[in-house]
Design a protein around this ligand. Structure first.
Ligand code: F6P
Length: 368
């Protein structure tokens, strides 16, 4: 019987439990034994009871649970070869040779490297006497498939990452709540949303709530952003609007690459010599990441989980590690490292302030 292990890694996102549920049940459906690796890469390195066989009933009710019930952790040991050697030893000890990982681009890159290194890890396990060549024979290839779990929607090559629509719903709900109090007092609110390198949450929340002004990293504001923002807010106020909502992504920048902070925006809106608006800052923080998944993320988690099991069973040593994506409403497999490289290209473009290139990369469908 084929043994398939599933783990979650990196920052949690709503829908990860749906992924685990779908993988566990699809694996059983196809006659395989599913395992869960608890605590992300930490569990892979430490092994023991952090690697557990799962039954159909073990994942009952998981679709509607937030976070990740099998845990996630930032694991330094996996960055070292010694840690990866332990990981290989533990997988073989449980008879596992297929791995499904749900996480962000960092976690998935780690997985691809692990797969590439696998033959040399096996050689070392044989050389140091942990296993004999005969014992290692069934494990010559490690198949890995990635699923993207992230609230930021920050991986190239997929239209949506698992969790981003739940976070977006949470942000919109929070802004709706804020709008009621903003309107009552005729106040302005500067709302900071997550997204280190990616403005998707800020941009979509702005569109979905009709915000007055938005700051995102991919399209930094021109030097005159102060005048531009104040002009727009003033115009909206002149039309009778009693509330002002400005959304700012964590990674917002100006054209010079300087960070634009919520305090800077607040001070400007509140400036006694300018608009003199009574202004508050709200940082939504981890509220955005917690809680149950919206229907879209449950659907994405389930369909992609099913596809991941099929993909990991069909993979050959020659197939590049794949990531399960969604493009124009179709669940598809894509080469993982191409998606990671395209994502890195975008981050680099932002870092080196090549913003036209950044916007082009955001808009372009990634090449296969
Ligand atoms: O999940 C991605 C993300 O939400 C980023 O937008 C944010 O900067 C980061 O996680 C914060 O994560 P943590 O608090 O776990 O370091």
């Amino acid at each position: 019987k084929k043994k398939i292990a599933i783990m979650t890694s990196g920052g949690d996102s709503p829908g990860m439990n749906g992924v685990v549920r779908a993988c566990v049940r699809m694996a059983i459906h196809l006659g395989c034994d599913p395992y869960c690796i608890y605590e992300g890469y930490e569990g892979l390195v430490r092994g023991g009871d952090l690697i557990r066989k799962m039954e159909w009933d073990d994942v009952r009710g998981w679709l509607s649970e937030g976070g990740t019930l099998i845990g996630t952790a930032r694991c330094m040991a996996f960055f070292e070869r010694a840690g990866r050697l332990e990981a290989a030893k533990n997988l073989i000890a449980h008879g596992i040779d297929a791995l499904i990982i749900c996480g962000g681009d960092g976690s998935l890159t780690g997985a691809d490297r692990f797969r590439a290194e696998w033959p040399s890890l096996l050689d070392e396990l044989e050389a140091n006497g942990t296993y004999t060549a005969l014992e290692l024979q069934p494990y010559r290839h490690l198949n890995i498939v990635g699923l993207v779990g992230s609230i930021d929607n920050d991986l190239s090559g997929t239209d949506a990452t698992i969790g981003c629509y739940s976070a977006l719903a949470r942000v919109c709900y929070a802004i709706d709540l804020i709008e009621a109090t903003a309107s009552s007092h005729s106040r302005a609110f500067v709302i900071e949303v997550m997204g280190r390198h990616c403005g998707w949450l800020a941009l979509m929340a702005g569109v979905a709530t009709g915000a007055d002004f938005i700051f995102i990293p991919e399209k930094p504001r021109e030097d005159n952003w102060r005048e531009e923002m104040c002009g727009i807010v003033e115009h909206h106020r002149s039309l009778g609007k009693r509330k002002t909502i400005v959304i700012i992504a964590e990674g917002a920048l100006d054209r010079e690459g300087n960070k634009i902070t919520p305090t800077m925006v607040k001070d400007l809106l509140a400036d006694k010599n300018g608009l003199a608006l009574d202004t508050r800052i709200t940082t939504l923080g981890h509220v955005q990441r917690g809680g149950t998944a919206v229907a879209y993320d449950r659907m994405l988690a389930t369909l992609q989980g099913v596809e991941a099991v099929k993909a990991v069973l069909e993979a050959t040593p020659e197939t590049p590690t794949c990531v399960i994506a969604i493009n124009e409403n179709k669940i598809v497999r894509k080469p993982l490292m191409q998606a990671v490289l395209d994502t890195k290209k975008l981050a680099k473009a932002i870092e080196s302030q090549d913003f036209d290139q950044a916007m082009a990369l955001r808009d372009t469908e990634f090449s296969e």
